[in-house]
Ligand binder design. Structure first.
Ligand SMILES: Nc1nc2c([nH]c(=O)n2[C@H]2C[C@H](O)[C@@H](COP(=O)(O)OP(=O)(O)OP(=O)(O)O)O2)c(=O)[nH]1
Length: 142
């Protein structure tokens, strides 16, 4: 099987702010594919890791926070020219620590309609689901 044909497991966290239900989006750091695009924080699940462990590790590495509660939510797939990914989405409602953008990313709490663009296409399905849960809508920019 070629590298491009292998599906890569990615854990992505939907951090939900208790006060107003806003969710956190961040930009992809310089040097990564699609740098500057908005996404949900997370990254590749490493060998031997559970999705929950991967979320805990990634959010600590990227945002400096300690995740206290992770709820598995949806699984979606997306094919990019650079990779075929399987995204394991988790809702994160409890964490400790102050946010530190350890990879030089930008972060923004969002509600619908979103105010950030461009968004990584692999995040569209989960944004549509989140919007539906809230009686809102999300339409990707063509
Ligand atoms: N974190 C995250 N990744 C996403 C989202 N949507 C989406 O298609 N992806 C894709 C983009 C990438 O191909 C893949 C995540 O890989 P990555 O390169 O960011 O992972 P990583 O942080 O482990 O990076 P590295 O160790 O390889 O540098 O998942 C999203 O909302 N959040």
């Amino acid at each position: 099987m070629s590298v491009a044909a292998q599906r890569i497991d990615v854990a992505a966290g939907v951090l939900l702010r208790a006060t107003d239900g806003a969710f956190l989006m961040s930009t992809r750091p310089t040097g990564k594919v699609c740098a500057g695009c908005w996404e949900f924080p997370g990254g590749k699940v490493e060998a031997g890791e559970t999705v929950e462990q991967a979320i805990g590790r990634e959010l600590h590495e990227e945002l400096g926070i300690t995740v206290q509660q992770v709820e598995r939510w949806q699984v979606t797939e997306h094919d990019y020219p650079h990779a075929r990914v399987r995204l394991h989405w988790c809702k994160v409602r409890a964490w400790q620590g102050d946010f530190e953008m350890r990879e030089g990313q930008a972060m923004c709490w969002q509600t619908f309609p979103l105010t950030v663009t461009p968004i990584l296409p692999g995040a569209y399905p989960v944004l549509q689901l989140l919007a539906r849960e809230r009686g809102a809508s999300f339409s990707p920019v063509a």
